[in-house]
Design a protein around this ligand. Structure first.
Ligand code: ZN
Length: 332
């Protein structure tokens, strides 16, 4: 999309830039083309166009001036997506730009198709999504990534970036049990629970913080994508430490000016590009990416993370995971 960096964005960047390391490894980037859908592109996605990889990377470089950027790409998961076509595009882009990618998968994607993608050295994992389950808001993990795909991913030691279903996300009792059981059953999978396990607001986390501790397992990680609440980060950083947190931007969503706002027991992503934001004075929302970085910044201070911890989160953890996945893939 056409990135607009406004005065308020520049001001926020100046406040956070000193904590942003030189190397950024973005674990959560979407890229797609207008023709990557079964019929036509859904109306709600048009706002992100153009969302080809070149544009997304250019925008990331603009929002992180002077930083070196690596990324794991994936397509756009939706029931309207042409999964095969999107994977083909992302695979080509990753190869061309020396990046990595996660293959989009639905429960219907057959293992032979995944195996073919996996032959490309840039393919290091899978990206299932809750929308591919019949009961998408109430689905269990295996409703959108079946056992066969999990066994396959475990065999190759792949990353799975999981966007959980169910309102309470990672602390929903059913999700929590399922994650613990699956992480034990499939120890070679690197489980990345996206959006801090879909914890966009603090309510459920605060209420069930003791349960969270049960997820302190060797193969479970949390990406920071699109979270803009510093209290959420404070819980995750203090419970899991800097080794388990992976920076992710959720681009292109991160290029909108807005944030997740809690309403009652729910939340919504409100941006000036998609909503009318009114107040008794002019309101200038900042880029979601900067809101996220500012929230992380506040949490770093609260938890007492050092420069070393911050570097782990922004690139070192991701580099280590990718190295592990690639070396295992070569051995299998
Ligand atoms: Zn995402």
């Amino acid at each position: 999309m056409d990135l607009k960096i406004k005065t308020a964005d520049r001001r926020m960047w100046r406040e956070i830039r000193d904590i942003i390391p030189e190397n950024i490894f973005d674990f959560h980037v979407h890229s797609f083309r207008e023709d990557g859908f079964l019929e036509k592109i859904p109306e709600s996605l048009k706002i992100y166009l153009p969302c080809d990889t070149k544009t997304v990377l250019t925008n990331l470089k603009k929002t992180f001036p002077g930083r070196k950027i690596k990324a794991i790409l994936t397509g756009w998961p939706s029931i309207d997506s042409d999964i095969e076509k999107q994977n083909e595009y992302i695979a080509l882009q990753a190869e061309k730009r020396n990046l990595y990618f996660l293959a989009l998968v639905s429960p219907h994607t057959d293992l032979a198709t995944i195996e073919k993608l996996l032959k490309k050295k840039e393919c290091i994992g899978l990206k299932p999504y809750k929308c591919f389950a019949k009961n998408s808001e109430d689905a269990r993990i295996t409703d959108f990534i079946p056992m066969g795909q999990l066994e396959f991913a475990n065999h190759y030691g792949l990353i799975i970036t999981l966007h959980l279903s169910r309102r309470a996300g990672v602390v929903d009792p059913v999700n929590l049990r399922d994650i613990i059981n699956l992480a034990e059953k499939f120890p070679s999978i690197k489980w990345n629970l996206a959006h801090c396990g879909r914890s966009f607001v603090i309510y459920y986390i605060e209420k069930h913080k003791d349960c969270l501790k049960e997820l302190n397992k060797e193969n479970i990680y949390f990406d920071t994508a699109a979270i803009s609440d510093s209290e959420v980060f404070t819980y995750f950083f203090s419970i899991f430490g800097s080794n388990k947190i992976l920076f992710g931007s959720d681009s292109p969503i991160s290029f909108l000016h807005g944030k997740s706002v809690g309403f009652g027991y729910d939340w919504a992503f409100i941006a000036e590009e998609t909503h009318k934001i009114t107040a008794s004075f002019p309101v200038s929302p900042c880029l979601l990416l900067y809101e996220q970085l500012m929230a992380m910044h506040r949490a770093f201070k609260k938890v007492g993370f050092t420069r070393g911890d911050i570097e782990l989160i922004f690139s070192i953890n991701a580099n280590r995971i990718v190295r592990d996945v690639i070396s295992r893939k070569l051995k299998v």
